[in-house]
Design a protein around this ligand. Structure first.
Ligand SMILES: NC(=O)c1ccc[n+]([C@@H]2O[C@H](COP(=O)([O-])OP(=O)(O)OC[C@H]3O[C@@H](n4cnc5c(N)ncnc54)[C@H](O)[C@@H]3O)[C@@H](O)[C@H]2O)c1
Length: 324
């Protein structure tokens, strides 16, 4: 029996998506980077471990991708390098993983006649908003090598739809948050710093605004988009139509954690001026008009779940002073 392939399955969103699909009765192959320890990342202790098929390989390696795609009936492609700061240091690594990795998926899917392929993009491809809320027709601007590699991958996927009728759908999540996210991301950075020090917090630019969707809602959006018959060859935003600045998030989290920290500006956390995306807020009308998706977690409810999870799981993190 052919299964649903999830790439990037051991990471933050991928591990939630694998568990979400498995809980709904789908048979999933969880694909992520080869390692000699059979380390399945966030799926190591999953309650669904016995129901998941694990496949170790490398998204940059056509052979390993082709072989797993050939055993699949549909694909959720999430594997990527996602850190913006490291993309300043090693842009080529981002092209190899994010662009060439997507090529490997598309070309394999074409040869194996896969009938439903979700390619995961990101709201970072829009650059700073010129018009808000940002709909799918907003102009694209690669303000970081990460964003540029994702724009390139999106365009390649669209070209496979237009040239070869490959049934792709591009999903464009705005910021996602929830349990298991790297403490380099802003919400876990705030929570983890406040768990260690309630008096002060080191942050970069606190005025940037983003649109945050709780990870469970992102997973249900992935599934709804994959089920839609209308969204082949289309880009679909996943967002809440609401945004928050970092200082606003700090205030909400501080209230929930009952602390009152002083902000210390940390220059290491500030991005190069022209690379910093000032404001993102996503228009989710297309998602709502074409699927049954709705946002089940308010921002505050998602933050409460996230704070509780980080408190329970602090032993799993090495809280070093990250450059975010
Ligand atoms: N987290 C967000 O807020 C967000 C927002 C928009 C879009 N996205 C996109 O969602 C996807 C998942 O992001 P995430 O936040 O879960 O990141 P993550 O870093 O937690 O997960 C990425 C996964 O890809 C895997 N991977 C990287 N290189 C690989 C390789 N060479 N071969 C096989 N696997 C490899 C990693 O091991 C990791 O498990 C990415 O495509 C990202 O661009 C994330």
């Amino acid at each position: 029996m052919k299964k649903i392939l999830v790439t990037g399955a051991f990471g933050f969103i991928g591990s939630h998506l694998v568990e979400f699909l498995t809980s709904k009765g789908y048979n999933v192959i969880a694909f992520d980077r080869y390692n000699i320890n059979n380390d399945y990342g966030w799926l190591n202790n999953s309650k669904y471990k016995n129901d998941i098929e694990f496949c170790l390989g490398d998204i940059r390696d056509f052979d390993s991708v082709y072989k797993v795609v050939n055993r699949s009936k549909s694909i959720f492609h999430l594997a990527a390098l996602i850190g913006i700061p490291y993309s300043y240091l090693s842009p080529l690594a981002y092209l190899k993983t994010n662009l060439e990795g997507t090529y490997n998926i598309l070309e394999s899917a074409k040869n194996c006649k896969i009938n439903n392929i979700l390619i995961t993009s990101t709201s970072e491809v829009y650059g700073s908003a010129v018009k808000i809320p940002i709909d799918e027709n907003h102009r694209l601007l690669g303000q970081s090598p990460y964003s540029a590699s994702k724009i390139a991958a999106d365009q390649l996927a669209l070209s496979y739809y237009l040239s070869f009728k490959l049934p792709i759908k591009i999903v464009r999540p705005f910021n996602t948050f929830g349990p298991r996210q790297s403490t380099r991301a802003i919400i876990p950075t705030i929570i983890s710093q406040l768990m260690q020090n309630t008096k002060s917090i080191k942050l970069g630019n606190v005025n940037t605004k983003r649109d945050y969707t709780y990870v469970n809602d992102v997973c249900s959006a992935f599934l709804e988009i994959s089920k839609s018959r209308n969204l082949f060859g289309e880009v679909t935003n996943i967002s809440t139509n609401q945004n928050y600045s970092i200082v606003e998030i700090l205030n909400i989290i501080s209230k929930l954690m009952k602390v009152n920290p002083e902000i210390i500006k940390d220059k290491k956390r500030v991005r190069p001026k022209n690379s910093e995306v000032i404001e993102l807020i996503g228009d989710n009308l297309k998602l709502k008009n074409n699927t049954k998706w709705k946002n089940n977690y308010s921002f505050k409810k998602g933050l409460k779940e996230t704070i509780n999870w980080y408190k329970k799981n602090k032993h799993k993190y090495n809280f070093i002073d990250y450059h975010v």
